[in-house]
Each structure stands twice: as C-alpha cells, then as structure tokens.
Design a protein around this ligand. Sequence first.
Ligand code: CTP
Ligand code: MG
Ligand code: K
Length: 181
Amino acid sequence: MNVLYVVAIAVWAMLPAYVPNNAAVLAGGGRPIDGGRTYGGRRLLGDGKTWRGTAVGVLAGLAVAGVLNWLAPTVSVTVGVAFPRFPPIVALALAAGAMVGDIAASFLKRRTGRERGAAFPVVDQLDFVVVALLAAFLLAPGWFGRVFTLPVLVAVVVLTPALHVLTNGVAYVLGLKDEPW
Ligand code: CTP
Ligand code: MG
Ligand code: K
C-alpha cells in the first residue's frame, strides 16, 4: 500500500482519539476532577482537567467515530482502500483512552513540579496516543491488529506530534488556548 494510503488510514483511525483533546479545550471549565485536592503539596491534577471538558471530549470522540462509521462505505469505495469502521468498544477505547492519557500526563506534570499549562515536550504530544492505542489493543485486540499494522503505527507516531503542534498552534493564535502546546 502506498504511503499516502497509510497516512490516510492512520489519521482516520486516530480521529476519535484526536478530537477529544480539542473538544475539551473548547468545553473546559467548571469543577476540576481533583476537586482541588493536593498530593505531596501540589495539586493532584490541577484546574486544567475538568469534568465538563472530559465528558464533552469523550462524547465528541464517540460522535466522530459515528460519523466516520457512516462515511466509511462511501469513502472506501471512492478511494479504493478499506477505511475501517469503529465498533462501539473501539470508539470508547480511543475517545476515553485519549482523555485518560491527557489526565495521566497532568498527574505526571504535577509530580515533576510543572505548573498547570507548563510544556512537557514529547509527553504533551503523545500521552493521549499511547493510552488510546493501549486501550484499543486491550479491549479489541482483533480489530487493533487488522487496522494498526506496523506501517500505520509508525505513521501515527510520526504524524501525531506534528498534528498536535499544528492544531494547538492554531488554537493559540485563535485565542482558544492559553499556550501553544
Ligand atoms: N480541559 C478540560 N478537561 C480536560 C482537558 C482539558 O477542561 N480533561 C480544558 C481546560 O480548560 C484546559 C484546556 O482544556 O486548561 C487545555 O488543556 P491542556 O493543555 O490539556 O491543559 P492545561 O491547562 O495545559 O493543564 P495541564 O498542565 O494539567 O496539562
Ligand atoms: Mg496544556
Ligand atoms: K495536555
């Protein structure tokens, strides 16, 4: 399969994990998940991880999976390559996994002395991918093995940081996000 198709499949398969972070930025606010609690003298997670942002993020990821499921037959026939559909358990693994990865990264940031909003290079760009993929692998190993072939996985790891930097940069310029990462 040519490189363009590998890239297209990688982006398609990861969209339900990419969208939650951006939706959370737009929806964020309200009660923080940690309820203000501290651990070792620092916030457990911080004010940047809220119930509303997380819930809207997961729902947005599920909605994206639904739209892609609806588009899959047409896109596959038009392009001549099979674009995968997302069974409900896979959609949930990708969307919720992405949010859990982002939350776990905040936990790590606080433990390593980074304040809310501080950059944590590499972790910021890949936290959500690692947990989304791990969740999909654990909950739907057959589906995972069919869709995330080695070339597709390589494309995800190479492309995601670039896409992350780009979308967060745009969100920052538009005034939607406080920092460009
Ligand atoms: N957000 C949210 N809930 C989440 C994730 C994000 O409400 N689970 C919102 C918050 O308003 C957050 C913004 O999206 O400030 C940007 O997300 P992110 O960069 O992940 O959070 P930071 O504010 O940078 O906090 P941290 O340092 O903990 O990552
Ligand atoms: Mg941030
Ligand atoms: K983050």
